[in-house]
Design a protein around this ligand. Structure first.
Ligand SMILES: *[C@@H]1O[C@H](CO)[C@@H](O)[C@H](O)[C@H]1NC(C)=O
Ligand SMILES: *[C@@H]1O[C@H](CO)[C@@H](O)[C@H](O)[C@H]1NC(C)=O
Ligand SMILES: [Zn+2]
Length: 578
């Protein structure tokens, strides 16, 4: 294009000179094309979709089951189906199933028992599923459905969701437009706790399978459904119990893919991007404790245990984690996708992102630009937050002990070992400054402490390592490729029905929270945290009230989720290489 512009701009006097210039440019251009072809051929021969930045698969529409897919796709767009879907979801919302933070084990704490009602509801709402699939309960309330496939050489597909919801804060009851357990359908949205997180995923998955069964579909590939009931409290009782059953039955690396709740699609830089979560940060709470001799407050030492704890906290906060933008990170892959496909991205930013592929200097520039936004910086690396503190019992007594809890979110490319080393090293200086004897994660660190001065210790009872990153090779024979193609086909189907324009692009994402998939890492490398729901745009978020008041979901969005599940299940059935 640049060459044409030069030719058009010349006047007669310069014609001769510009002709020879044009010829030189033409030769250069031909040489460039041959060179590019050669490089492209050598680097990516056999997988042509890999030779661009942020490659995309085409929409993947089921072929062997095309008629069934079209029938279902047409059916779910009807008004009567929307009403039916709203009824199914509303009914699920009406079964109140909150998970509280401090619940006792199953069998002891009666609050779990609500899920029996939920089981009854599901049996009633999905008769075909309860006829055709094998159902087992695990730890009483966890549900494990098996839709046995005819071809046992194919690895099964695992689809997850959770039965429980976060609680409704009783103080907010008056702020709900429709009561939180009404499941009320106002013609546009279904309202109530769980309507989005995650009863839409649960009921969406079951509705999709019920539709496939009504169409007399028989799967070659086994589909397993795993529904925990305490995801909102870490999933120990539900997914934590189901995982060993699956591992025992199928073995490690035995599933083709896992799909669970997670990122949806939204508008960024003028383009719609879907972001399946392919990574999850780790997390770790560090207990920091300082002890010192007690005594009367009228004859204090210069530093009490509280003062020394405060010094330790300040010391940590003054030395935040070094965060760098890494070319291998999910965030960086997202940036490349945004630069490649984001229509409205600012030109300077686009250029920075592109140049950073090769130039380290540009990479650092991009990093400082990006990390000016503290949210981006937090997402890109390991973080620390002092979230709890206590110490002292009386205003005239020296505190014998003071405690704080540091919550770390561990970057995908880091590990708890690296974080422990960093904390251990930093607090050595505090131990030294106050002559404290120092224990870190079970190891005696400072022997030079003066016993009478006191102690400092850090420990971490619970560690969740960062999840393994799912491969993001974009090809119709990879799980990520099938997922991407299904997302695009689902979006296209709606677009053509509603006469919309625009395209959807798939970019790897990393949801900020953790899901029940944390228990399932050994079952497959291909774990996707994705709910096909519209999250709006950064300038106009839809605000579906997840975890807060007025949780709701638009029925059109819910129906799209069902369409997606149908498409994904059929595509996974037809993709025999996956
Ligand atoms: C699709 O719908 C048509 C019309 O109702 C029906 O005749 C056909 O059997 C259906 N096909 C499948 C595979 O469900
Ligand atoms: C630490 O101990 C050394 C040696 O016992 C002493 O000289 C120093 O004053 C102590 N420092 C503090 C802060 O207590
Ligand atoms: Zn959830």
């Amino acid at each position: 294009m640049g060459q044409t512009a030069i030719l058009e701009d010349v006047d007669g006097a310069q014609l001769a000179r510009s002709r020879s210039r044009a010829r030189r440019l033409r030769i250069l251009l031909v040489a460039f094309i041959i060179g590019a072809w050669f490089v492209g051929y050598r680097c990516c021969h056999g997988s042509t979709s890999q030779n661009t930045v942020c490659p995309q698969t085409e929409a993947l529409v089921p072929t062997q089951n095309h008629e069934l897919w079209s029938n279902i796709s047409a059916l779910v767009s009807t008004d009567s189906f929307e009403k039916h879907a709203a009824e199914l979801l509303g009914g699920a919302v009406r079964v109140r199933g909150e998970t509280f933070d401090s619940m006792g084990p199953v069998g002891e704490d009666p609050r779990w028992e609500v899920h029996t009602k939920f089981h009854e509801y599901l049996a009633e709402a999905f008769p075909q599923i309860h006829k055709a699939l094998k159902l087992e309960t695990v730890n009483t309330y966890g549900l494990l459905y098996t839709w046995q496939g005819s071809d046992t050489s194919l690895k099964p597909l695992l689809m997850m969701a959770h039965l429980d919801t976060v609680p409704v804060n009783p103080d907010t009851m008056d702020s709900w437009t429709h009561p939180p357990w009404s499941g009320y359908f106002d013609g546009t949205s279904v309202w109530g706790r769980g309507s989005s997180d995650d009863k839409s995923g649960l009921i969406g998955t079951l509705t999709a399978i019920e539709l496939l069964l009504q169409g007399e579909f028989q799967p070659p590939r086994t589909v397993v459904l795993s529904f925990g009931f305490d995801e909102e409290a870490g999933g120990v009782q539900g997914a934590g119990h189901i995982a060993p059953v699956l591992l025992d039955r199928y073995g490690t690396d035995s599933f083709a893919a896992i799909i669970d709740e997670g990122g949806g699609f939204s508008e960024e830089y003028g383009t719609i991007f879907a972001s399946p979560g392919v990574a999850e940060k780790g997390s770790m709470n560090v207990d920091l404790e300082v002890t010192a001799p007690g005594g009367h407050s009228s004859i204090p030492p210069s530093h009490t245990s509280i003062g020394m704890l405060a010094a330790a906290i300040v010391h940590l906060e003054d030395r935040p984690f070094n965060v760098h933008l890494d070319r291998k990170s999910t965030i960086y892959a997202r940036l490349q996708c945004a630069a490649q496909h984001g229509k409205a991205m600012d030109r300077t930013l686009r250029r920075k992102i592109r140049k950073s592929l090769k130039s380290d200097k540009k990479l650092r520039e991009l990093e400082s630009f990006l990390f000016a936004d503290s949210v981006e910086k937090s997402l890109a690396g390991t973080t620390q937050a002092i979230d709890l503190i206590n110490g002292g019992v009386k205003s005239n007594a020296l505190p014998e002990q003071a405690r704080a809890v540091i919550n770390h979110r561990i970057d995908s490319m880091s590990s708890s070992i690296i974080v422990k080393e960093r904390d251990t090293t930093l607090l050595k200086e505090i131990a030294h400054r106050f002559n404290l004897s120092y224990t870190a994660f079970g190891d005696e660190i400072t022997e030079g402490g003066v016993p009478s001065a006191g102690t400092i210790s850090i420990s971490s009872p619970l560690v969740l390592e960062p999840a393994p990153v799912s491969p993001i090779v974009m090809d119709k024979t990879t799980p990520y490729g099938v997922l991407s193609g299904s997302i695009r086909a689902t979006y296209d189907a709606r677009r053509s029905q509603n006469h919309l324009s625009g395209d959807i692009f798939v970019t790897p994402g990393m949801p900020t929270g953790n899901t029940d998939t944390r228990y399932y890492w050994s079952l497959t490398n291909h774990i996707f945290r994705y709910t096909h729901h519209n999250l709006g745009s950064s300038s106009n978020p839809l605000g579906g009230g997840v975890h807060t008041v007025n949780e709701h979901i638009e029925i059109a969005a819910f129906v799209e989720m069902i369409r997606f599940y149908v498409t994904f299940i059929l595509n996974m059935q037809e993709s025999l290489d996956v």
